[in-house]
Every structure is written in structure tokens, then in C-alpha cells.
Design a binder for this molecule. Structure first.
Ligand SMILES: [Zn+2]
Ligand SMILES: [Zn+2]
Length: 221
């Protein structure tokens, strides 16, 4: 099975199975960050009483840890750091499945994967010193697709992490700079490399966080 199809299936389990609406009791295992859209385990940090564990459970309109009994009011995203309050709305739909279209998310993840593959193909040409005008043209096309994807991502529960997409944009911009450099067009090279440096400033740090991301997350990067 296609890995991305599989990924989306795991993110958006068949919505028919979600009806009738979720129980107001029971374990809460997975959660999707509304800001970066990335799924992760919902854990109780332990508060010095136990090591972090997937112990949170739904109890009416709130969540508590089934091990230490602490009432959990919020959750931190391990990827982007966003704080999400565990309101009844979030508890009813911890994966945000009701707020996103399965098909649209699938398309966006597939497009981002395609962008990654195309970039790899073109940049390996550039790496071997085979850069010509066609490399620049193709990189610019990929960059335009990537920017369009970023604009079209849902503001809540995006299919791909917007930070990862922005990182890719900065990366593509610098590759255009390198390609111009090898073509001897230093004026355009400087323009693109400066632009990449500006947009990529805090993206580098983000790349560090990325490597610590979950396996599910890696599928979208
Ligand atoms: Zn606990
Ligand atoms: Zn997040």
C-alpha cells in the first residue's frame, strides 16, 4: 500500500466508524496538534509521580490521568510547542477528523511528497555540476508549487506541517541560488541566497526538532 495513503488512513480513520459520536469515557491515545497538524501520543508528563505515559482518559467533559489522577487541562505539541486546551470540542475529536477533508489532505500530502521527489531529482543534477537554465526553470516551478501548497493548507489541522513546507521553500530558494552561481550569474545567485537566508533563519533550528519527530511525522517531511 502506498505509504502516504496508509499515513492518511491512520490519521483519518474511516469517518463512518466515528459515528455515533465518541464515547464520553475511555482512554485518549492519540492527539493531533491543530497548529502543525502532526499526530502524536497523548501522554501524562507524570508530575514527578510516574514517567510520561499514555494514561490520559476522558471523563465527561474533561481528561485526567488514569495513573496519577491529575486533571489534564492542556497538552503541549512535541513538534511545534503549541499549547492546546483540552476542551470538550477537542476531546470529542482529538484527531480533528471532523474538521478536515480526507481527500483534500491526501492530495496535499501526495503533492508535498511529489515536491520532495522532484527537488531531489533536480538538485542531484545541480550537485554534479550539470546545472543549466532548465535546472533553474524546474526549481522555480517546484518553488511555485510549494508556495501554493503553503497557501492552501488548512489554518487548523493542516495536512502537512506548515513549518516543514516553509523549510522546503527556503531550501528550494537556496538551491536556485546555487544553480545561478554555477551558471556564473552571481547577481541572481546573491539575490536568491539572501532570500533563502532570511526565510531560513529559524528554519535551521526547526530542522533539529524535525529529527526528533515521530515516525508518522517523518512521512510528511
Ligand atoms: Zn499521570
Ligand atoms: Zn504542533
Amino acid at each position: 500500500m502506498n505509504i502516504f495513503r496508509h499515513l492518511v488512513r491512520s490519521l483519518f480513520p474511516d469517518q463512518r466508524q466515528h459515528l455515533p459520536s465518541q464515547s464520553s469515557q475511555g482512554p485518549l491515545r492519540l492527539f493531533r496538534c491543530p497548529l502543525c497538524g502532526q499526530p502524536q501520543l497523548l501522554q501524562c508528563p507524570g508530575f514527578g509521580r510516574h514517567s510520561p505515559a499514555s494514561t490520559p482518559a476522558r471523563h465527561g467533559d474533561s481528561a485526567h490521568c488514569s495513573q496519577c489522577g491529575v486533571h489534564l487541562t492542556q497538552v503541549y505539541c512535541s513538534i511545534c510547542g503549541q499549547v492546546t486546551y483540552l476542551t470538550p470540542e477537542i476531546l470529542d475529536d482529538p484527531l480533528g477528523s471532523k474538521q478536515t477533508s480526507h481527500e483534500h489532505a491526501l492530495q496535499q500530502i501526495a503533492l508535498f511528497s511529489e515536491i520532495y521527489k522532484r527537488t531531489h531529482k533536480v538538485t542531484s543534477k545541480a550537485t554534479f555540476g550539470l546545472a543549466d537554465e532548465s535546472v533553474v526553470t524546474e526549481l522555480k516551478e517546484i518553488l511555485a508549487d510549494c508556495k501554493r501548497l503553503l497557501q492552501e493548507l488548512a489554518p487548523r489541522y493542516p495536512a502537512c506541517n506548515p513549518e516543514t513546507v516553509r523549510y522546503r521553500i527556503a531550501d528550494l530558494t537556496s538551491w536556485i541560488g546555487y544553480a545561478y552561481e554555477s551558471l556564473g550569474n552571481s547577481q541572481e545567485a546573491v539575490k536568491y541566497l539572501e532570500q533563502a537566508a532570511l526565510s531560513g533563519q529559524d528554519r535551521k533550528e526547526f530542522a533539529g526538532i524535525q529529527s526528533g519527530g515521530s515516525a508518522i511525522y517523518a512521512g510528511c517531511g
